[in-house]
Design a protein around this ligand. Structure first.
Ligand SMILES: NC(=[NH2+])NCCC[C@H](N)C(=O)O
Ligand SMILES: [Mn+2]
Ligand SMILES: [Mn+2]
Length: 302
């Protein structure tokens, strides 16, 4: 497997998430994964436009309300190539963000030559378009971008060609914007909220999510936003929302991903995003991310 760092914070309104990859590495990511017997190859961080050289004028949206869309395009293209290269070389891509806008690149890369589904663990739907976004932050838009919604229809760099809408599944939603809600309800994606987890339990919801995401496709991308977890577990995120998944629910969910992969080999790529070391407490959110990656890749208690 190949670790690919994508230290971009152009999609979020809080600086610091660009330090996520190094914080997750520092939390013994590679050693945790090697316990499973996997060989870990760390490809380092991708070059992204330097934040210190940001031109304030370029923060002004060029399309709708989307900020830093040019920088996001550059990061997305670079990351899509890196993910596609990793798959072509037979190495599983594990992408470290960065804010969630980097998922545009991960999805474009993993869905370049294959039909794929996606399981999206997140408090947020990330289904805004430059037209519907209340904030203009592209980390609230990657799913819509990958599916070519709204003005993303003209952005070929953002589209994930083989990503099938009916195989996109959200798990654990609890903070959705007004127009985003309409768009999700009108689309063919499947959305499980935190209320669904309360009612039916994490195991039923995640098994069903994996069924839907993997039906009829070549593989599944797992996109894991650390703000899916409750802020008590993962305080180091830019957009925390109360009422998130517990520590055990999160491990269980990713162990279920690993179990399913052991059965049918569906796991194609994964990313861990939104770890912001500046907002964290003694790196515990990055440690959580590293632990969860190991669970997703097969680490077991016994
Ligand atoms: N990946 C994330 N943390 N996304 C947060 C999105 C928040 C809000 N829905 C927005 O569009 O701005
Ligand atoms: Mn997100
Ligand atoms: Mn989120």
């Amino acid at each position: 497997m190949r670790i690919i760092g994508a230290p971009s914070d152009y999609g979020a309104n809080r600086r610091g998430v660009d330090m996520g990859p190094s914080a997750i590495r520092y939390a013994d990511l590679a050693a945790g994964i090697e316990v499973t017997g996997a060989t870990v190859h760390d490809a380092g961080d991708l070059a992204v436009p330097r934040a210190e050289e940001r031109d304030p004028d370029r923060e002004q949206p060029t399309v709708g309300k989307a900020k830093f869309l040019r920088e996001t395009r550059e990061v997305s293209r670079t990351l899509a190539d890196a993910v596609a290269d990793s798959l072509a070389d037979g190495e599983f891509p594990l992408v470290l963000g960065g804010d969630h806008s980097i998922a545009i690149g991960s999805l474009a890369g993993t869905a370049r030559d294959a039909e794929v589904g996606a399981v999206w663990f997140d408090a947020h739907g990330d289904f805004n378009t430059p037209e519907t976004s209340p904030s203009g932050n592209v980390h609230g838009m990657p799913v819509a971008a990958a599916l070519g919604k709204g003005s993303f229809a003209d952005a070929t760099w953002a589209r994930a060609d083989g990503l099938r809408e009916e195989n996109v599944v959200f798990v654990g939603l609890r903070d959705i914007d007004e127009h985003e809600r309409e768009a999700i309800n009108e689309s063919d994606v499947t959305a499980f909220t935190m209320s669904d987890i309360d009612e039916r339990g994490i195991s039923t919801v995640v098994e069903e999510a994996l069924d839907v995401a993997s039906a009829g496709v070549d593989g599944v991308h797992v996109s894991f936003d650390l703000d899916w977890l409750d802020p008590n577990e993962a305080p180091g995120v830019g957009t925390p929302v109360r009422g998130g998944a517990t520590y055990r629910e999160a491990h269980w969910a990713l162990e279920a991903v690993a179990n399913r992969d052991a059965e049918d080999g569906i796991l194609r790529s994964m990313e861990l995003v939104e770890v912001n070391p500046i907002l964290d407490q003694s790196n515990r959110t990055a440690e959580m991310a590293a632990e969860l990656a190991a669970s997703a890749l097969g680490k077991r208690i016994l």
